[in-house]
Design a protein around this ligand. Structure first.
Ligand code: AMP
Length: 392
């Protein structure tokens, strides 16, 4: 696959698809890792005389309220300071202002374009990989570099759509992600354990059967464990349930009962807040009016016993609602345990990566991937559309 080093960049308009989809709360970036990880590629393009045009999405944009909440200009100060230059910002995703700003870019300058998903308000043009939009964005550049690993599993106008229309390659972050994750996919050290959690139950349930074939153990916590527990007949109270996936979970448990390990206790509460009253219960005694929001101490010990047996651990999805202090213990404890363990650990994206970085474990693991869904799909053996188009 071509990389940025295979192109002559001088005086060329270089479109780089980056992943600046950073977690934000009350107007503050909670974790800037994705911005930091994109710097090498952007700097390389600047230093080699490219006229750099950056495209990224931020959050989901389905309403006017989402649009205001997900204004990408929020990353400009941090990006400018990391690059040591003033990054220009265009508040439009198309039109004469954008075209004028692109035309006036000088060699080595950087322009960031507004959130690509603003185009989703126009009938999902970005997420639906609209042909005309891909062509339009491609018309702004001479070369396309995809460095957004976190969206490589999606076929969107700002990755696949542009790559269809321009000479394309990948950036340094994408290269690094691929080299680590492909080696795990093709040749994992064994015993190989996958830890899965988080909220997006339906997104990940599909991945489990694929990984169950490859991994030796799958430890399931977070919101997604409750659909498995429900399928085994447990009363899960008001915990997260993906009702469309109950039969699927049941089948998986029948097939992989020895491999799939579920929590044995959990922290329950009737509300998700810092002030909520919490209670520790066994998994078979969740009160009907409460929800499970973190794994309990016996589950932590159980999961640690599998970590002890493992040579390689891949983890995606928090063990509890870890943004709230009351429910961070499961995630924090396993991070700490893994940071001291001898096994090779890969943390896969999203909230798990943010938790690892914010809890102080940024440099404690073999790799912290910038992609959640993308890394799981790659490990599962799927072809990622954002890369396939470039390979072609
Ligand atoms: P994901 O993006 O799928 O990795 O999901 C991460 C999200 O899952 C975080 O925002 C967590 O707060 C949420 N989460 C983790 N455990 C639970 C739980 N037991 N119930 C509800 N949400 C949870």
């Amino acid at each position: 696959m071509k990389t940025i080093k295979d192109f002559k960049l001088e005086s060329k308009r270089v479109i780089i698809r980056v992943d600046f989809n950073v977690p934000i709360k009350d107007g503050v970036i909670l974790d800037d890792n994705r911005i930091v990880m994109s710097i090498d590629t952007i700097k390389y393009a600047m230093d080699n005389g490219g006229r750099v045009i950056l495209l990224s999405h931020l959050g989901r944009v389905k309403s006017e309220e989402d649009r205001l909440k997900n204004d990408l200009s929020i990353v400009v100060p941090r990006l400018s300071s990391l690059l040591g230059t003033d990054v220009k910002f265009c508040e439009y995703t198309r039109g004469s202002v954008l075209e004028g700003m692109v035309a006036s870019l000088k060699d080595g300058e950087v322009l960031l374009v507004q959130n690509t998903r603003y185009e989703d308000l126009n009938g999902k043009l970005e997420s639906g990989c609209d042909l005309e939009l891909g062509k339009y964005w491609a018309s702004l550049g001479d070369i396309f570099i995809n460095d957004a690993f976190g969206t490589a599993h999606r076929s969107h106008a700002s990755n696949v759509g542009i790559a269809r229309n321009l000479p394309s390659g990948i950036g340094f972050l994408m290269q690094k992600e691929l080299s680590v994750l492909e080696s795990v996919r093709d040749n994992p050290k064994r015993p190989y354990t996958v830890i899965l959690g988080g909220a997006k139950v339906s997104d990940k349930i599909g991945v489990i059967s694929a990984l169950a074939n490859k991994a030796d153990y799958i430890l399931i916590g977070g919101g997604m464990c409750y659909t498995f527990l429900y399928s085994l007949g447990y009363n899960i109270g008001k915990s997260l349930l993906d009702s469309d996936s109950i039969d699927y979970c049941k089948d998986l448990m029948n097939k992989y009962r020895d491999k799939i390990i579920l929590p044995v206790d959990n922290i329950v509460s009737s509300e998700i807040s810092d002030n909520s009253k919490c209670e520790l219960t066994n998994i078979d005694s969740i009160p009907s009016n409460k929800m499970g929001l973190d794994i309990g101490p016996r589950s932590i010990e159980l999961f640690e016993s599998y970590i002890d047996k493992s040579k390689m651990v891949v983890w995606n999805g928090t063990m509890g609602f870890s943004e709230i202090k009351n429910f961070e213990v499961g995630t924090k404890s396993l991070l700490e345990y893994l940071s001291k363990s001898k096994c090779d650990t890969i943390i896969c994206g999203g909230d798990t990566a943010s938790s690892a970085i914010n809890f102080g474990y940024k440099d404690s693991f073999m790799h912290i991937s910038t992609g959640g869904g993308a890394s799981l799909e790659l490990l599962e053996g799927k072809v990622l559309p954002g890369l396939e188009i470039i390979e072609k």
